[in-house]
Design a protein around this ligand. Structure first.
Ligand code: 2PG
Ligand code: MG
Length: 431
């Protein structure tokens, strides 16, 4: 048996940042190397995502994962043992075939993604390499540009505002560490402003401030103010990025903005967001329209795609076929990549390749339910993806990832240098 042959696969139940159970898988190789990974979990999920296997019933609100852990220890272990861990595609093919469903619902996407990522970690460990290096081809990667949440809303803050993520992107930073420094100052300034005005209602699921705003525009105004109070230039140095997560409040071409007290059709949503793009230094908009509104996404992209990044999350669910479909329709110009939406690393990577073939941008993303697992940081580096989204710059499950980036940057020939600004044409419009 070669040193990189998988000798055992162990599943166990661990906890995530929402106090819910999740699946960890540990893979051991014949030569003694080990790798482990933990499945994240989304709250605002696209209907086309791989499905987590949950136990249902009373305990933990039905979020138990005993069945998924059993699958990892039983069927998944039997299917992977003996395989060479360096053959990621082979391992993932087995997981897909073993599950046999289109949405991983038999074994659970939580079990398959943890197993898939653990195989990659074990292969890297066997070669004495950090995961990003094991995944990278010969190209020397540069650090990804961080996209960081300041206010949480939508499904992550009991719908206190309709828009789910109010984020910033430090488009003017030249170093990864500098982008984090600037964002931390914006986060602190936002907190101070909200405290002064009695608008701070706690912390949302991803570590951003839980706002008591009257509406979405107050969030945008406060964010611009926070950037200014931090001594930074809105647009030129720090741009605004929104995850509208419109599938959460819209379907069949109707969008109910509870906070703003109105219902809009697709054109109305495009006009509303277009107005915000005019008035505020917005550089990126994710899921501006619902996952069932491909025509709307295409119309929005035609209208604003030259000025802002139009990111598909719920509509594209890290799925290569959907990315190709979107490209044909002219919907979106970038894809969000979440490994657990696909269920295996190989399938998620295929979505990235489809995005590249279509000339789309890409962002590797964590989920709102997270753990100390830092795999996504390594994926961004290893796959050469130039942006990373992991929530806010607070809470250990978020800082674990930003901090892993700081460590990786020390090892890169390019240090912490970010991609040139020209790599983000949408990031230059306000500067
Ligand atoms: C998203 C993510 C992260 P969730 O919608 O992009 O913000 O949220 O993991 O709940 O889908
Ligand atoms: Mg999203």
């Amino acid at each position: 048996m070669s040193a990189t042959a998988i000798s055992s696969v162990t599943g166990r139940r661990v906890w995530n940042s929402r106090a819910r159970p999740t699946v960890e898988v540990e893979v051991a190789l014949a030569g003694g190397a080990r790798g482990r990974a933990i499945a994240p979990a989304g709250a605002s999920r696209g209907s086309g995502e791989a499905v987590d296997l949950r136990d249902g019933g009373e305990a933990f609100g039905g979020y138990g994962v005993e069945r998924a852990v059993t699958a990892a220890n039983g069927e998944i272990a039997a299917a992977l043992e003996g395989l060479d861990a360096r053959d990621q595609e082979g391992a993932d093919r087995r997981l897909v075939a073993l599950d046999g469903t289109a949405d991983k619902s038999r074994l659970g996407g939580n079990a398959t993604v943890a197993a898939s990522m653990a195989v990659a970690h074990a292969a890297a460990a066997a070669q004495g390499l950090p995961l990003w290096r094991h995944l990278a081809d010969d190209a020397e990667p540069v650090m990804p540009l961080p996209e960081i949440q300041i206010f949480g809303g939508g499904a992550h803050a009991a719908r206190r505002v309709d828009v789910q993520d109010f984020m910033v992107i430090a488009v003017g930073a030249s170093e990864y560490a500098e982008a984090l420094d600037w964002t931390a100052e914006v986060y602190r300034a936002a907190r101070a402003i909200m405290t002064e005005r009695g608008l701070l209602a706690g912390t949302a699921d991803e570590g951003g401030h839980w706002p008591a705003f009257d509406g979405n525009e107050q969030a945008l105004e406060t964010l611009v103010e926070a950037i200014e109070r931090a001594g930074l230039e809105p647009g030129g140095q720090v741009g605004i990025s929104l995850d509208v997560a419109a599938s959460e409040f819209g379907a069949d071409g109707r969008y109910r903005l509870a906070r703003d007290g109105r219902t809009l059709d697709t054109d109305g949503m495009c006009d509303l967001l277009g107005g915000w793009i005019e008035r505020f230094p917005i550089v990126s908009v994710e899921d501006p329209l619902a996952e069932d509104d491909f025509d709307g996404l295409a119309a929005f992209t035609r209208a604003f795609g030259a000025r802002v990044q139009v990111m598909g999350d719920d509509a594209l669910v890290s799925d290569a076929a959907r990315v190709r479909q979107a490209a044909e329709a002219g919907a979106c110009n970038a894809v969000l990549l979440k490994p657990n939406q696909a269920g295996t690393l190989t399938e998620c990577r295929a979505a990235l390749e489809a995005a590249r073939a279509a000339g789309y941008g890409a962002v590797v993303s964590a989920r709102s339910g997270e753990t100390e697992d830092v795999t996504v940081v390594h994926l961004a580096l290893g796959w050469g993806v130039e942006q990373l989204k992991v929530g806010s710059i607070a809470h250990g499950e978020r800082t674990a990832k930003w901090n892993e980036g700081l460590r990786i940057a020390e090892a890169l020939p390019s240090g912490g240098r970010l991609p040139p600004r020209a790599a983000f044409p949408w990031g230059t419009r306000c500067g």
